[in-house]
Design a binder for this molecule. Sequence first.
Ligand code: ATP
Ligand code: MG
Length: 257
Amino acid sequence: MLKLENITVRFSGLVAVDNLNMHVQEKTIHSLIGPNGAGKTTVFNVISGLVKHEGRVIVDGKDITKVPVYKRVNYGLGRSFQNVIIFKYLTVLQNLILGYHSHAQYNHFDEIFSTNNYLKTERKALLKAIEVADILGIKGILGLYAGTLPYGYQKLIDVGRALMSEPKILLLDEPAAGLTEKESDIFKEKILRVKSEDVTVLLVEHDMRMVMDISDRITVLNFGKKIAEGTPAEIVNNEEVVKAYLGSSAKEVKENE
Ligand SMILES: Nc1ncnc2c1ncn2[C@@H]1O[C@H](COP(=O)(O)OP(=O)(O)OP(=O)(O)O)[C@@H](O)[C@H]1O
Ligand SMILES: [Mg+2]
């Protein structure tokens, strides 16, 4: 579903991503982990087209390296951000529908005169929002103002908005950051549900309980370089990974098994 080939990103002297090669298989949850500053968000920015880089990005067999940011959604890319961006004074439903705009096929003429084309698109957006809310279990709060909801829900809305564009691959940057243990467990279930809808998920997350529980595969970055790749069991037992990143949390994960 996603292939990164020889990706290198330089920021004035600093090599943030160093010749990264990575394959994400279709309909899997693939996690990208590593210490702070390892280059994970930068990899997401490469995939979304937000930073200059060397190498190629291939989504579902198509080379999108030169495709501008705003068109990448048409190639099946959806993304949520490390810092939640939702509209507090809009309802949950309105926030979701904003994620649909890239699919909207009408122009101002259609809008002003409420043409059939406009009404059809509006109806489709509404149906899609209800479907997405159903997947995420937030149907009951569609009418509430997003700003009044607990942080965990705001993060879900962010994911929901990305799902509105019907992505083939969803990039999640630290969805569990700032969540309580209970919220993070709920979130885990939602990500599994998204996967069951045949969406491929690429996850950046420091919550190792979540990563080890739901990932099919894990890639580990350290100083921009891939230092390991494998199943959760292979990763917790990899000495280099434990030394560079997991430390005591590897022990904890193993003890919990
Ligand atoms: N726009 C930028 N300009 C200059 N340096 C940057 C820029 N973005 C990131 N960096 C640097 O690149 C490196 C990788 O940063 P990145 O944000 O990708 O790390 P990360 O793995 O996502 O870390 P975290 O877990 O803290 O989110 C860091 O050293 C960071 O300071
Ligand atoms: Mg980051």
